[in-house]
Design a protein around this ligand. Structure first.
Ligand SMILES: Cc1cc2nc3c(=O)[nH]c(=O)nc-3n(C[C@H](O)[C@H](O)[C@H](O)COP(=O)(O)OP(=O)(O)OC[C@H]3O[C@@H](n4cnc5c(N)ncnc54)[C@H](O)[C@@H]3O)c2cc1C
Length: 353
């Protein structure tokens, strides 16, 4: 195989097949199908995590999973189901991946920080069918959710819609605390209307004998049959990249994309699927440019909007500016359009120009 202007048999390894890794593979295939791409993932399925809260609606995870083998056939990459020790990869890539590659992309995403005993984390939900079954079927119970970011808020509304008594804990003074207050205010109105109990400025301490222990404004003990622990995610290791997606401070041709990366410059760096797809695309273009000795385009992607679902019938979000938050049917429609857009991308349509 040849890449025009570059040496023969140019090979790329992608570690992690989430939104970022898959976007890298799709873009490499689209822009130069003669590059040999190998994608490593610990799982057998690509997971559309942005829809994972629908498990609490009763949906099965299979609905939001696509086999890597199917994507490999469609987008011309080789899939290798393998957990890659990223720290070891940085020290000895050839030994860790079993062979040498001309370029390596790390896109392993992020993890829930720790696992207090008895609670369910998102990482657990991704693989544990017993935890999934519990979340899919629970009704008429007391559920505590730790963390009122997009994941916690989306699960809270789904559980409440199935007649569960939901308490949402947030250490900060508002819901959706990483966004403009306009979004949190709209979500808070819906939280009240849906009978979800909100404990702001309240920190989770632990969960023992079916009681959540908390300190802060709502300090004390509260009965809970199930605790979902989603206080935010962290990526280890995390990579700082230049304007193009190249990992800074390494001599090997190493690139990063997705939740585990920070790109210099003014492009979007949020821990979101949107940023992950765009960074994955960017890295693919940079790899191709580097391989042929041309200058790569800069990463300048500006966020278009973000939508958080508030149960099966409502959503809140904004377009272009966070100050313009809106909820209701229009927001729900936007959320659904964004999800369909990604489905079309996986089906091979060029919907992220
Ligand atoms: C319920 C929920 C709703 C969300 N809603 C939205 C939304 O509406 N809009 C939005 O933009 N974002 C949303 N997000 C955030 C979004 O899902 C993440 O930002 C996105 O998944 C990050 O993509 P990624 O490719 O970096 O990581 P991931 O999608 O997590 O993919 C990482 C991949 O790497 C693999 N992997 C990890 N470690 C290793 C290893 N050591 N070796 C091999 N493989 C490995 C994993 O199996 C996985 O396939 C939501 C998240 C959740 C949980």
């Amino acid at each position: 195989m040849a890449i025009s202007g570059a040496r023969e048999d140019f090979s790329v390894a992608i570690v992690g097949g989430g939104y970022a890794g898959i976007a890298t593979a799709i873009e490499l295939n689209k822009n130069n199908s003669s590059i040999a791409v190998t994608l490593f993932d610990a799982r057998a399925y690509h997971q559309k995590l942005t829809q994972w809260h629908k498990l609490a609606r009763g949906a099965r995870s299979e609905k939001y999973e696509v086999a890597f083998s199917a994507l490999a056939g469609k987008f011309g990459f080789r899939f290798c189901q393998q957990h890659v020790a990223v720290d070891a990869l940085l020290v000895n890539p050839t030994k860790t991946l079993g062979r040498s590659f001309d370029a390596i992309v790390v896109a392993q995403g992020s993890l829930t920080p720790s696992l207090p005993s008895g609670v369910i984390t998102l990482d657990q939900l991704r693989d544990d069918t017993a935890a999934q079954q519990q979340v899919r079927t629970i009704t008429g119970k007391k559920i505590s959710i730790i963390g009122a970011g997009p994941t916690g808020v989306q699960f809270a509304f789904e559980f409440a819609a199935r007649n569960n008594e939901v308490t949402l804990y947030e250490a900060r003074d508002r819901v959706l605390p990483t966004f403009d207050p306009a979004l949190g205010t709209a979500a808070m109105r819906a939280i009240e209307a849906n009978g979800i109990r909100l404990h702001l400025e309240t920190e989770f301490v632990g969960y023992t004998k079916n009681y959540v222990v908390a300190r802060g404004t709502h300090a004390g003990e509260n009965a809970a049959d199930l605790v979902l622990f989603v206080p935010g995610v962290r990526a280890t290791p995390h990579f700082t990249c230049d304007l193009y997606g190249r990992v800074e401070g390494t001599r090997s041709p190493l690139y990063a994309a997705g939740d585990n990366s920070y790109f210099s410059g003014r492009g979007l760096n949020s821990k979101s699927a949107q940023a992950a797809v765009r960074k994955g695309q960017q890295v693919a273009r940079t790899i191709i440019a580097d391989a042929v000795g041309k200058s790569a385009p800069e990463y300048t992607y500006a966020e278009l909007g973000y939508f958080v679902s508030l149960g099966p019938k409502n959503a809140v979000g904004y377009m272009f500016s966070q100050k313009t938050a809106f909820s209701g049917r229009a927001a729900l429609l936007m959320k659904e359009i964004v999800e369909r857009q990604y489905d079309l991308y996986l089906a091979g349509f060029n919907v992220y120009p």
